[in-house]
Design a protein around this ligand. Structure first.
Ligand SMILES: NC(=O)c1ccc[n+]([C@@H]2O[C@H](COP(=O)([O-])OP(=O)(O)OC[C@H]3O[C@@H](n4cnc5c(N)ncnc54)[C@H](O)[C@@H]3O)[C@@H](O)[C@H]2O)c1
Length: 252
């Protein structure tokens, strides 16, 4: 039986791409899209039973948590691409899932398989290098900086370094009145570029004496996120509870 899917934020840039991908997937049944003008109740039938098994949320940071809590309350699995989740919001989702423990929620800051792999490779490389920095490059309409992916990557590198007992990265900077060294995420510097023409790109730089390793991923088009989203839709029911990051669905 095909999985019945709804898309919240279906009129947006990502949401409309998800609708196209669902319509092209023979094992998935796109039931309906919800725009900002609609009510989530449209995902229920007249008796209040869900019309969908899974809902994909590509809305905005300000509304996504309320949507996810509503989906959990109605026993609908959620695949969430909207960014802006903090620890407190994730804790609220975990608490809500206590009442419907069979429901699965996947929140993924990046659905591009290559970006997830880059993050995983960076975690592996981290313990071997004295220096590590992250550069993320995006289109200028992006609202948050640094990107959720860069944040996640920097934390993974910091984690790898800590496990290997590496100290702070070498950096003799004494004066930086303009913030040229970028953001400091758990001791890893992250630089955000905003440039017309870009979509979503990340470069992870590792340095040792006489050697450099660069891991780079480029999303040239929103279509690059679709295999990851569809994988999430197909898998979410078999992963009850909250999962943060698509890497947890990829057996890496
Ligand atoms: N996880 C990923 O791989 C990934 C990739 C790209 C973008 N994003 C994130 O996805 C989100 C959407 O990005 P976008 O570029 O499509 O933005 P967008 O502004 O084009 O789309 C968001 C849509 O959500 C709609 N919306 C707002 N409130 C709503 C509500 N209550 N119910 C239904 N719809 C509502 C808006 O009207 C808009 O159409 C952002 O948070 C972005 O950072 C995630």
């Amino acid at each position: 039986m095909s999985i019945r899917v709804g898309v919240i934020g279906s009129a947006g840039r990502m949401g409309s791409e998800v609708v196209r991908a669902l319509e092209a997937a023979s094992d998935l049944d796109f039931v309906r899209g919800i725009t900002a003008e609609d009510s989530l109740e449209q995902l229920l039938d007249d008796d209040g039973a869900p019309l969908v098994d899974v809902a994909v949320d590509f809305t905005l940071p300000s509304v996504t948590k309320a949507n996810v809590l509503w989906l959990i309350e109605h026993g609908i699995h959620a695949v969430v691409g909207a960014t802006g989740w903090d620890d407190a919001a994730l804790a609220d989702v975990r608490a809500a899932l206590d009442d419907t423990p069979e429901t699965g929620v996947l929140i993924a800051p990046n659905f591009a398989i290559g970006a997830v792999l880059a993050m995983s490779f960076a975690r592996t490389a981290a313990r071997f290098y004295e220096s590590a920095e992250v550069v993320e490059l995006h289109h200028p309409d992006k609202l948050d900086a640094p990107s959720g992916t860069a944040l996640h990557t920097a934390r993974a590198i910091a984690d790898g370094r800590a496990q290997a007992n590496l100290g702070p990265v070498p950096d003799a900077t004494e004066r930086d009145p303009h913030g040229a060294r970028g953001a400091d995420i758990d001791g890893v510097h992250v630089h955000a570029v905003r440039l017309r023409g870009l979509v979503a790109h990340e470069e992870i730089l590792f340095g040792n004496p006489g050697e450099q390793l660069t891991i780079r991923h480029d999303s040239f088009d929103r279509v690059s996120f679709m295999p990851g989203v569809l994988h999430g839709v197909r898998e979410v029911a078999s992963h009850p509870g909250l999962t943060v990051g698509l890497e947890n669905y990829l057996s890496l």
